[in-house]
Design a protein. Structure first.
Length: 116
């Protein structure tokens, strides 16, 4: 699975947090509100292009400016990362045991409810 750099992650956070597709200008404005160093629209478009090639976003070309939406949810992405980490472990049970040993009581309760 392709990874996300810091700027890519920020762009994806904007898309994941929005119920509707966003233009590069929408994302640029959101990122500008969260930082002291605003990004150029061309930079945001470049990041969106990379994310599209990696399969993280889809571009809607039906209107101008184009709008972008996440292909999968944040939760789907995180679950895939967790699965990838487990897939690279020689001893999956040991990794899971360490993970479970570090969760809060509330998270442990949630895990119990999710398991059959």
């Amino acid at each position: 699975m392709p990874t996300l750099g810091d700027l890519e992650r920020s762009v994806m956070d904007s898309l994941w947090d929005s119920p509707d597709p966003l233009s590069a200008y929408d994302i640029q404005a959101q990122l500008a509100a969260a930082t002291t160093k605003p990004l150029a629209a061309t930079t945001v478009l470049t990041v969106l292009s990379r994310l599209e090639k990696k399969g993280f976003v889809r571009r809607e070309r039906s209107e101008r400016p184009h709008r972008y939406a996440a292909v999968a949810s944040r939760e789907d992405h995180m679950a895939e990362l967790m699965h990838e980490v487990l897939g690279g472990a020689d001893d999956r049970a040991a990794v899971l045991a360490r993970f479970i040993g570090q969760v809060s009581p509330e998270e442990a309760d949630a895990l119990r409810r999710l398991l059959p």
